[in-house]
Design a binder for this molecule. Structure first.
Ligand code: IPE
Ligand code: IPE
Ligand code: MG
Length: 264
């Protein structure tokens, strides 16, 4: 079922442009506060940044983009903010799905969406069905998602289907049940807003991702910011446990293959 190797079992391909970019879109509230606006104004503005990033990733040949929109811990926020965020998700989906489809983008949601109201669940399922055949870029939105939830649901589903594995199982047995089973592991992880933490995002899948943190607040994140993150990624040596000397000639420093979008 899983078509991509695990970074802890095989050395994955690393390409010049990251194949999979995962983003914690943080800083909407602070962006609004700086402008004496309500927090939700920052969330609204953040949708613009999503639009910009999806376009920029498609243009740069990124194949998978995964965005953290609502964590399993975000229910702890004031009820009005939670309901605004879910409403905003529904509105954005309704408005954008046609455009995503026209641009060849496959849309997926990961997370425990059973907690959402029936209308939002239907919008999500319809958008996924409409865009299922697209292949230019897979846009995944993590909604009511938590890395721990993901691992727990994967173990639970695996054991329900294959009870004999209770005696012992391998990564190969488990990974098909993780919610991002259709994507390679992220190459590049970006967090905006200045915090340097993972906040229960893709705990399993980030095993060997290159981490990039920026103080830029999410509503200010644009294509040039993405290019800076990609340039930083291209300067990393991805060793996956090996020594520099063991890397194939020219494969060590991505710098050597540097012709990134940042120097267009
Ligand atoms: C990220 O921005 C959006 C979500 C978590 C939904 P925040 O709302 O966390 O913004 P800050 O961190 O308070 O500035
Ligand atoms: C992480 O941001 C979740 C999303 C961006 C959806 P938070 O703002 O909720 O993270 P913490 O609470 O500061 O770690
Ligand atoms: Mg935050």
């Amino acid at each position: 079922m899983t078509s991509f190797p695990s970074s802890t079992i095989e050395i994955p391909d690393s390409s010049r442009v990251p194949r999979h970019v995962a983003v914690i879109m943080d800083g909407n509230g602070r962006w609004a506060k700086q402008r004496y606006l309500p927090r939700v104004a920052g969330h609204k503005r953040g949708v613009e940044s999503v639009r910009t990033l999806v376009r920029a990733c498609a243009e740069r040949g990124v194949a998978f983009l995964t965005l953290f929109a609502f964590s399993s811990e975000n229910w702890r926020r004031p009820a009005e903010e939670v309901s605004f965020l879910l409403q905003l998700f529904a509105v954005a989906l309704e408005q954008e799905v046609g455009r995503l489809h026209e641009n060849g983008i496959r849309f997926r949601v990961i997370g425990d969406i059973a907690a959402f109201d029936a209308r939002l669940v239907r919008l999500i399922r319809d958008a996924e069905a409409l865009t299922a055949g697209n292949s230019r870029l897979t846009l995944t939105v993590a909604a009511n998602y938590g890395g721990r939830w993901d691992m727990m649901q994967a173990v639970a589903r695996m054991l329900a289907e294959r009870p004999a594995l209770a005696a012992g199982f391998s990564e190969h047995d488990l990974t098909p049940y993780l919610s991002l089973n259709y994507a390679p592991e992220p190459d590049l992880f970006i967090r905006t807003g200045g915090e340097q933490r993972v906040s229960n995002f893709l705990l399993w899948q980030l095993a060997y991702a290159e981490l990039y943190f920026t103080d830029t607040l999410w509503p200010d994140f644009d294509a040039a910011c993405l290019d800076r993150a990609i340039v930083s990624y291209q300067q990393r040596e991805r060793r996956f446990g090996r020594t520099s000397e063991q890397l194939p000639a020219g494969a060590g420093l991505a710098m050597l293959r540097f012709e990134g979008p940042g120097v267009e």
